[in-house]
Design a protein around this ligand. Sequence first.
Ligand code: AMP
Ligand code: MG
Length: 331
Amino acid sequence: MKKAVVIISALVVALLGALIVYDATLNKTVSESFFAMNTLVSAEVTGISAKEDCEEIENIVSELDIRILSRTSENSEIFRINKNGGGEISGKTAEYFSLLLDVCEKSGGAFDFTLGGVSDLWKFGSNPVIPDEKMLADAVSHSGYEKVSLDGNSVSVSDELIIDFGASGKGIALDEIKNHLESSKTKRAVVAVGGSVLLYGDGEFTVGIRNPEGNSGSYIAKMKTDACCVSTSGSYEQSFEKNGRIYHHIIDPKTGYPSENEVVSVTIVSESGLLSDALSTACFVLGVEKGFGLADEYGAKAVFITKDKKIIPSDGLELEITDNGYTLVSR
Ligand code: AMP
Ligand code: MG
């Protein structure tokens, strides 16, 4: 009898041990960061396959850039389109084109992925300069999403415009990562590709809204949300000062100059990474009122930060201001 009790106790202990080990493996959290798409990518993944998932995330972002989005990689679909004025594209790329053309149209052209020639003249990312006025006007006249036509898996471009998916590529990467995580054993993940973040898994997440006047680790508000994609576009991201004026990388497609209105940053919350990223750029150019209108059309939520230090969120967002220099204002 005594012997049986000892054996059963030993079994229970062994079983508990196994359960604890099993659970510890299930909840393994792995973090990594790397550089891709000209930006920092950081991932924190929890789950039984966290290590493999992190490796796969790196593959997904690099492949997406090299094979599809990069303007400089000679093997990418965008490179080939820019070089040949169009051509056959993969089904996936056709879907990106279709969704982004819709954002161009619905934003009334405030969002325009054909501004590569204009952005090149500003040289943001290398040695920014104020472009020659005539050259800028010329580049603007050659751009325009209306000159792009999509027919199934074939795209054609009717001018010397240069396609640039810079305003949506990071969000597209989040959608591809989310697809992978849904087929893996991941419980929870937070993946940031530059200013676009994927929040994946059950439960609540807290994200910080960056201080437009501070460094990248300084926040003015906290936002609680369920799983989603969150993208921010801000004039502070790539900018330079010349003769007392600040020039930044988000362009008004009508003029070719940096977009100028009351907004310093826009954060968009959406289930789609492509939309959160594209809409953050579009809403930055549109300004508060029209921007909210566009976000509504896509069922997305927005938080605008204005030059006079107001934080204006869509209804239903759970925000807490953490910097009393800013005022929460309802829409
Ligand atoms: P984001 O940081 O997502 O707002 O994207 C900004 C990048 O998108 C810029 O660096 C340009 O490459 C490109 N871009 C600038 N202005 C526009 C615009 N109005 N519409 C679409 N893309 C733009
Ligand atoms: Mg964007």
